[in-house]
Design a protein around this ligand. Structure first.
Ligand SMILES: Nc1ncnc2c1ncn2[C@@H]1O[C@H](COP(=O)(O)OP(=O)(O)OP(=O)(O)O)[C@@H](O)[C@H]1O
Ligand SMILES: [Mg+2]
Length: 363
């Protein structure tokens, strides 16, 4: 078992910087998820750990060994990709045994390792089948089985579930969690799906444009987002963001003054000027009017049974509220809404969270 250390890692293709000064340690037995929008450098980072991509600058350690110049096959890692490419003419058993046979592992050992992995993945009844006779989820398990039989120090997963339908994804997500608990091994997992990231990770690394935006436990990045990018990326439905001004007393949003809490005032200190107020949909509620409420036009109401999503406009700024099903909101009307300011976030003109100091942001 092993930790993975990425130290000042840069990746450049000519003039294009794809990964910028990536610093992070994945602890032994930890499941770390790299998440971020398409093109932000997740796969490149994973491939550099695997040795499939050269690094332009920096150091990578697996365990205590610097692996910059170590060939992929000697890094003691196993990688599972989105396109899992099983050999179609081979049985599940042969697909899983292949890497071990290549290594000239004794036949009996191959057998016991494949059986063991198949049991863990609950595909031991499918060992004689060909891939085309398997469901998508079963094929994905075989791909994982291929990695497990190699008993690596570190597993690398690159969007392994993105070919599966929504229901199967949820099921496989749970399976991967269980697998992690059972194998007690270090996993680096890439996805662009923030729900997958939140549910699987011990810690999440949120990337944008080649840089780490924030790293921390799921709860930590949800409750204490370092900046607007993280705030709006993490959480579903997304956090509302409203542009406004802070004059030292009030946050003026859409012409309406909203008073921050005294804690927030003291956190903002001498900052004045442009702000962005961040409020999650569940922290918007129906109000009667008066102080600290905003007037908004109800555009669309979506009934989901136990709750409803209400899409509003404050002037030209959109706002989503997640309300109880019995709360009143009717399409086309102007109504008052209040924000739970204790739960609100306030960002400066650069999008940095004004309510956190550097020591409170996990990196
Ligand atoms: N050989 C290359 N030459 C130039 N740019 C490249 C090359 N390979 C990748 N890139 C660029 O590097 C960036 C990061 O790519 P990467 O595959 O790591 O993204 P990703 O975060 O995994 O995205 P996705 O979620 O779409 O898989 C992209 O903008 C991509 O266009
Ligand atoms: Mg990718």
């Amino acid at each position: 078992m092993a930790k993975v250390v990425l130290e000042n890692i840069w990746k450049r293709y000519g003039d294009v910087e794809v990964v910028k000064d990536f610093n992070f340690t994945v602890h032994d037995k930890e499941l770390v998820v790299l998440v971020g929008p398409s093109g932000c450098g997740k796969s490149t980072t994973l491939r550099m750990i695997a040795g499939l991509e050269e690094i332009s600058e920096g150091n990578i350690y697996i365990g205590d060994r610097r692996v910059n110049d170590v060939a992929p096959k000697d890094r003691d890692i196993a990688m599972v990709f989105q396109a899992y490419a099983l050999y179609p003419h081979w049985s599940v058993y042969e697909n899983m045994a292949f890497a071990l046979k290549l290594r000239k592992t004794p036949k009996e050992e191959v057998k016991s390792r494949v059986l063991n992995a198949a049991k863990i993945l609950e595909i031991d009844h499918l060992l004689d089948r060909k891939p085309k006779a398997l469901s998508g989820g079963q094929r994905q398990r075989v791909a994982m089985g291929r990695a497990i039989v190699r008993d690596p120090s570190v597993f690398l997963f690159d969007e392994p579930l993105s070919n599966l339908d929504a229901k199967l994804r949820v099921q496989m997500r749970v399976e991967i969690s269980k697998l992690h608990n059972r194998l007690q091994t270090t996993i680096v997992y890439v996805t662009h799906d923030q729900v997958e990231a939140m549910t699987l990770a011990d810690r999440i690394v949120i990337m944008n444009d080649g840089r780490i935006q924030q790293a921390g436990t799921p709860l930590d990045v949800y409750e204490r987002p370092a900046n607007l990018f993280v705030a709006t990326f993490i959480g579903s439905p997304s956090m509302n963001v409203l542009k406004g001004e802070y004059d030292g007393d009030n946050l003026v949003v859409g012409g309406t003054p909203i008073e921050p809490t005294s804690e927030q005032k003291s956190r903002m200190g001498s900052y004045r000027g442009a702000i962005t107020l961040g409020v999650r949909p569940q922290h918007v509620s129906v109000a009667e009017g008066g102080r600290n409420t905003v007037q908004a036009r109800v555009e669309v109401v979506e009934h989901l049974g136990s709750e409803k999503f209400v899409y509003l406009k404050i002037g030209e700024q959109p706002l989503t509220a997640r309300l109880e099903s019995q709360d009143h909101a009717s399409e086309g009307q102007e109504q008052f809404f209040a924000f739970d300011m204790d739960q609100a976030h306030i960002f400066d003109a650069e999008g940095q969270n004004l309510l956190l100091d550097d020591t409170e942001v996990t990196k």
